[in-house]
Design a protein around this ligand. Structure first.
Ligand code: NAG
Length: 440
């Protein structure tokens, strides 16, 4: 029994050791193909773009092994060995594509120029004016976009002068690269950052800035000074940060309490450290499908051959991208599209949503006894439909029963007329008699 338990313990120990070994080897992440983009001073602003490779590991000790696999088309001078303890660059969406896949992660790395910021809420981070010796190194900035826009990262790295052994000092990332939200909902724009705790820059405070951009115009959304822990400026009602998460976990996500149409656009999350900053961009689009109504409602009864004018009004939608059409479902239960719908120009309401209507001149002669008239609105936020019933009265080709009824009605009418005229004429003769009597 004791022997067995010893063997068992030994087995367990071996398994544990193996697991540990495998987990330590996973500190190496997949290499990322990247473009090294450099401006060359003196060559009249020429910019070169070279194929490059980023070897990434989460600790500096597991570097050497990685250097073996370098594709022949990549110049050894452009290969980077990056230590990223936070493993931000190890995200699976940055892994090399599998054979045959068209899509790839995007990556660009370029030399980074550190400098003190002149922004009012960032300037206090670099009060001393003299830059530390620590900055005397080669600095790089890498921008990465994961497959299917799962993730966007911007990292600032430091390499001792003349080497490509870089350490990530600051990483800013977002998992909400492209967000769609309904009108009036709260929305979260994700932004997280990580600062190398061993860097002399990490203890000196940080600042976060959210900016908004749309069609070339920009404005500040919110600026937060992490050194004095206060919101330096906010120009957007209902915009806030989770201040606890910001200091504890580097969660700089922006919360918009209630989305409005004017919130659609590009958002830029910038994290400042003394002399360094990194930023990520994301898109927010407010997508609200239309509400539909048909006028007049209900539709008046129509007689065959009459032309009815019907309007379908779509309102409260955004963005301005709408297709309005009409369908008719007759007694046979089959829907068919109706053409000749004319769509009006759009109007914009106070809340930024749009309205637009479609006018239909409906020739009832081809619609039998009537049926269901439907207005269809196709919008990025979904397809909406509104229906109303249409009755055509009378008869374009009378049935046997109709004819019989007509004959019946005619007969009754004839009888009535006869009866009435008889009563009048008989009462007329009575009167004449009386007159005659008086004369006597
Ligand atoms: C960041 O904070 C927001 C708001 O509190 C939260 O919803 C989100 O899950 C946080 N993100 C992370 C990565 O913790």
């Amino acid at each position: 029994m004791t022997d067995f338990s010893t063997i068992y313990k030994l087995c367990l120990l071996t398994v544990t050791c193996c697991l540990q070994a495998s987990s330590s080897s996973s500190s190496r992440c997949p290499a990322v193909e990247c473009w090294l983009v450099q401006d060359h001073v003196g060559r009249r602003g020429a910019t070169t773009q070279e194929k490059s490779l980023l070897h990434i590991s989460t600790d500096a000790n597991s570097r050497d092994a990685a250097s073996e696999q370098i594709p022949s088309d990549i110049d050894l001078d452009t290969v980077f060995f990056i230590t990223d303890p936070a493993a931000t660059l190890c995200h699976q969406s940055l892994s090399p594509p599998t054979r045959g896949s068209v899509q790839k992660a995007q990556c660009e790395i370029s030399p980074f120029l550190h400098q003190p910021s002149t922004l009012q809420w960032v300037a206090p981070l670099t009060v001393s004016g003299s830059s530390p010796v620590y900055l005397q190194a080669d600095w790089f900035s890498a921008a990465l976009l994961g497959l299917n826009k799962q993730l966007v990262i911007s990292s600032i790295m430091r390499a001792p002068t003349g080497t490509k052994d870089s350490n990530v000092i600051l990483s800013v990332s977002s998992r909400t690269v492209s967000v769609q939200a309904r009108l009036g909902e709260p929305v979260l724009l994700d932004c997280g950052f990580w600062v190398d705790p061993s860097s002399p820059l990490s203890g000196s405070g940080f600042a976060v800035e959210w900016r908004y951009q749309f069609r070339g115009k920009g404005r500040l959304v919110l600026a937060y000074d992490g050194k004095t822990d206060r919101v330096a400026d906010t120009q957007e009602e209902g915009a806030s940060l989770d201040f606890e998460g910001l200091h504890q976990k580097g969660n700089a996500s922006l919360i918009l309490q209630e989305t409005k149409v004017r919130h659609s656009g590009t958002y830029i999350c910038t994290v400042h450290l003394p002399y360094l900053q990194a930023q990520v961009l994301m898109e927010l689009e407010i997508v609200e499908p239309p509400s539909l109504s048909i006028h007049p409602s209900p539709l008046p009864l129509a007689v065959p051959g009459q032309t009815l004018v019907v309007q379908c009004e779509a309102s409260g939608f955004a963005p301005l991208s709408l297709e309005l059409s009409w369908e008719f479902k007759g007694a046979d239960g089959k829907s068919r599209p109706l053409d000749s719908a004319s769509v009006t120009g759009h109007r914009q309401a106070w809340d930024g949503t749009y309205s637009q209507s479609a006018r239909l001149e409906l020739d009832t002669s081809s619609l039998g006894m009537g049926g269901e008239l439907t207005c269809v609105a196709v919008h990025p936020g979904g397809t909406r439909r509104a229906s109303t019933s249409l009755s055509v009265i009378g008869f374009s080709s009378p049935s046997i029963e109709d004819s019989m009824a007509m004959v019946g009605v005619a007969l009754v009418l004839y009888g009535l007329i006869k009866f009435v005229s008889w009563t009048i004429s008989s009462s007329g003769t009575d009167g004449a008699d009386k007159v005659e009597k008086k004369e006597k």
